[in-house]
Design a protein around this ligand. Structure first.
Ligand code: HEC
Ligand code: HEC
Ligand code: HEC
Ligand code: HEC
Ligand code: HEC
Length: 175
């Protein structure tokens, strides 16, 4: 934090240069595969085929800084109602889920979109302003495995802020 604040003061002058790189990487998909997750959780089957709304699981995206990752209890609500294996109980991923549930352990999901601690990103401001999840995360409802589709660099944030007339002062994102 301290270092960044110091660096911030130093680099304001060079920002005009940094600006020229903005958008080069832009919205283009990065390719590659998402990480290996503790349970192979298919977004395409849940959000696509079964049409479960994104915010059924990422419940806080419109009212908190974090979109939120669902607790095991949320999964259990459909797959293990009252502890009884139901939906797709025969699938390996659902058997793993039952184990986490019985042992009362959280599922150690691997983060995919993750900014450094010195950057502050408020989900609620963006979602309330009418932005779709897909504008930043791509067509997640078609992805068997979630993968990053944007570089999450400062230039990406700034480019959209300029386009939409949102603020771009340093201390809005860094403080
Ligand atoms: C609102 C109900 C609902 C919730 C909540 C839910 N699921 Fe599912 N899940 C389903 C349905 C329906 C299917 C079957 C989809 C199909 O095959 O078309 C499924 C399928 C699966 C499968 C089997 C995929 C395969 O191999 O075919 C896994 C694994 C799974 N879910 C894990 C989870 C996990 C982990 C969570 C919590 C993060 C979760 N589910 C939350 C309804 C739900
Ligand atoms: C049934 C619950 C469920 C639904 C519905 C769901 N998700 Fe997820 N989502 C999860 C779980 C569990 C993870 C963590 C595992 C993973 O990355 O696949 C996750 C991860 C993510 C991530 C990556 C988070 C990170 O680690 O940075 C994004 C982005 C995301 N979801 C967006 C969406 C969007 C957009 C939709 C709607 C189109 C959606 N999700 C629908 C359960 C769900
Ligand atoms: C304006 C771009 C943008 C929009 C719109 C957006 N996200 Fe995100 N999302 C991000 C960024 C950036 C991160 C990384 C945040 C961090 O590391 O602090 C992120 C992280 C996440 C994560 C990881 C866990 C967390 O809470 O940080 C999930 C899950 C997620 N987003 C789901 C969603 C869903 C669901 C929607 C729509 C309701 C959505 N996002 C809308 C940019 C966006
Ligand atoms: C797709 C467009 C888009 C992207 C990408 C985007 N933003 Fe935004 N952001 C906006 C808009 C539009 C607003 C103004 C919302 C409003 O009017 O409340 C905003 C508002 C904000 C605010 C609140 C501003 C205030 O007035 O307090 C912060 C902080 C912020 N964004 C940080 C980020 C960060 C950090 C990133 C990159 C990781 C990012 N944004 C990426 C469009 C975007
Ligand atoms: C809309 C949000 C946003 C605004 C406004 C913003 N930044 Fe950033 N900044 C980011 C993000 C996201 C990162 C982390 C990703 C990266 O390194 O590109 C970052 C990273 C940085 C870094 C670390 C780079 C590195 O390589 O370690 C510095 C220094 C920095 N910003 C300075 C500034 C200065 C100076 C301003 C004002 C002129 C500013 N930022 C305005 C979002 C923002």
């Amino acid at each position: 934090m301290g270092r960044v604040r110091w660096v911030l003061l130093g680099v304001v002058a060079t920002l005009a240069l940094a600006g020229t790189g903005i958008g080069a990487a832009g919205q283009s998909p990065l390719g590659g595969k998402g990480p290996q997750q503790p349970i192979a959780f298919p977004h395409d089957l849940h959000a696509g085929k079964s049409k479960i709304p994104c915010m059924y699981c990422h419940y806080s995206a419109d009212r908190s800084w974090d979109a939120g990752i669902p607790a095991v209890a949320t999964c259990a609500g459909c797959h293990l109602p009252g502890g009884v294996p139901m939906v797709r109980a025969d699938r390996p991923g659902v058997k793993q889920l039952a184990e986490y549930w019985q042992r009362k352990l959280p599922i150690p999901w691997v983060r995919i979109y993750n900014l450094p601690d010195y950057v502050h990103f408020p989900h609620m401001r963006h979602v309330k302003a009418g932005m779709q999840c897909q504008e930043c995360h791509g067509p997640v409802e078609t992805m068997p495995v979630v993968q990053k589709v944007v570089p999450l660099q400062m230039g990406w944030c700034i480019q959209c802020h300029r386009k939409r007339g949102a603020r771009t002062d340093c201390f809005m994102c860094h403080y």
